[in-house]
Design a protein around this ligand. Structure first.
Ligand SMILES: *Cc1c(COP(=O)(O)O)cnc(C)c1O
Length: 399
């Protein structure tokens, strides 16, 4: 038997309920992703309490499901987008938008600048292209400079600073670029500094934010203008695996707030994806077959790696560990066994859970894979092997 991560507190009751309703009610057709909006709302409320006065941005790429975006829009200040597709998905909302990402196409820049979206410039070449497009459109572009900092977020699942990078402008070159965009008549919006992702250690985030503030102050001094907005990045992680603990966001807020007073002419934003939506999602897949092979029991399900790549350990993980999973309809105290939960694909990589202890399940039973709200369906190769696209459901109280 191998351990699995902890089930999020909202889903620990058995049989499993989502948004207060039995999970089986969402599983008429499987596989299905169910997003419990109450979980998202509780995360945004927790952010507001911990970071009063700081803008909250949502990184759309974590989960772009349209009904989720619509439900989130009133609870957040801005959408951070990373493509023309995400631009289109967020067109209907009044929220501020900023557009980051290397390799923005001309047509994407044109659409974003025309819509008044802040462009987080990733290079000098991109600044030149953006200025030329704005000139042609006859609009004053909103431009911020994404900085490639000289430090990185310690303990980050994905390090994005402190080295040569396709992301952002090396800190040393930033003051000259800021002067250039201001001289060209652009509406300079400030800095975007993103040092990493999926960090659980509050101390590491506190240190990274302190470095970010120092760096922004130094760059502003050299450029001669305070930034109107400083996007501090995010990087708040969620505990996927055994032994991991949730990040102490209140400690981060306490450390950050007094520091913000050192830049009185600047607004601050934190951009989060995973932390806001990751724990809201439950992926439900039905057992099609139960088989024994050389002393191991396998539950073969109707979805796997094609929908939940990360849970199978194939999205940026070095060592495969088990996400939390459950048998949705199991009663408390039901007899358990050691099983592996696998998907329907013809590859040994398609393993949702490896030798975990679960209540005994039969074909027809539904397995829940938790932590499925961020980087799930849209970060998975759902067309691989030609199975249908899974359903998605936003579970929210009726209004
Ligand atoms: C992906 C991304 C985020 C969101 O990261 P999470 O780990 O999901 O919070 C935030 N900012 C930028 C620039 C990103 O590329």
């Amino acid at each position: 038997m191998k351990p699995m991560g902890a089930i999020p507190a909202e889903f620990r009751d058995l049989p499993l309920t989502i948004d207060g309703k039995p999970a089986s009610g969402f599983a008429a057709q499987t596989p299905v992703f169910v997003y419990d909006f109450g979980v998202v709302a509780s995360r945004t409320a927790r952010f507001r309490a911990a970071f009063p006065g700081v803008d909250l941005h949502y990184a759309v790429k974590a989960n772009p499901y349209p009904p989720l975006l619509a439900a989130m829009a009133p609870l957040i200040d801005g959408f951070d987008i990373a493509s023309g597709g995400e631009l289109a998905m967020t067109d209907g909302f009044a929220n501020a938008r900023s557009f980051a990402g290397p390799g923005k196409r001309g047509a994407e820049l044109e659409a974003a600048i025309g819509a008044g979206v802040t462009i987080n410039l990733e290079s000098r070449g991109e600044a030149d292209r953006a200025l030329a497009i704005a000139d042609r459109l006859g609009v004053r572009p909103r431009l911020a400079v994404r900085v490639n900092p000289e430090f990185e977020l310690r303990g980050s699942g994905m390090r994005m600073g402190g080295r040569a990078s396709p992301f952002g402008v090396d800190a040393e070159q930033v003051p000259a670029l800021v002067k250039r965009v201001i001289a060209a008549g652009a509406d300079w919006r400030g800095f975007h500094i993103f040092a990493g992702s999926q960090a659980l250690d509050a101390r590491a985030i506190i240190d990274s934010q302190a470095h970010t503030l120092d760096l922004a102050a130094r760059l502003a001094d050299s450029a001669g203008v305070p930034p109107p907005l400083l996007n501090l990045g995010g990087g708040f992680g969620i505990p996927y695996f055994p032994g991991e603990l949730p990040v102490d966001v209140e400690a981060i807020g306490e450390a950050l707030l007094p520091r913000l007073a050192t830049m009185p002419n600047t607004r601050f934003a934190i951009e989060l994806g995973r932390w806001l939506v990751g724990e809201s999602g439950v992926y439900l897949t039905r057992v099609l077959d139960r088989k024994e092979s050389r002393g191991e029991t396998f539950l073969v399900c109707d979805g796997g790696l094609n929908h939940q790549l990360a849970a199978t350990g194939n999205l940026g993980t070095v060592v495969r560990r088990n996400y939390p999973v459950a048998v949705a309809a199991a009663a408390p105290g039901a007899p358990t066994e050691t099983v592996s939960v696998v998907g329907p694909l013809c590859t040994p990589l398609d393993r949702l859970a490896d030798q975990v202890e679960l209540p005994v399940a039969q074909p027809g039973d539904v397995i829940a894979v938790f932590m499925a709200g961020a980087y799930g369906l849209t970060a998975s190769p759902w067309e691989f092997l030609g199975h249908p696209r899974p359903l998605e459901i936003l579970a929210a109280p009726a209004t």
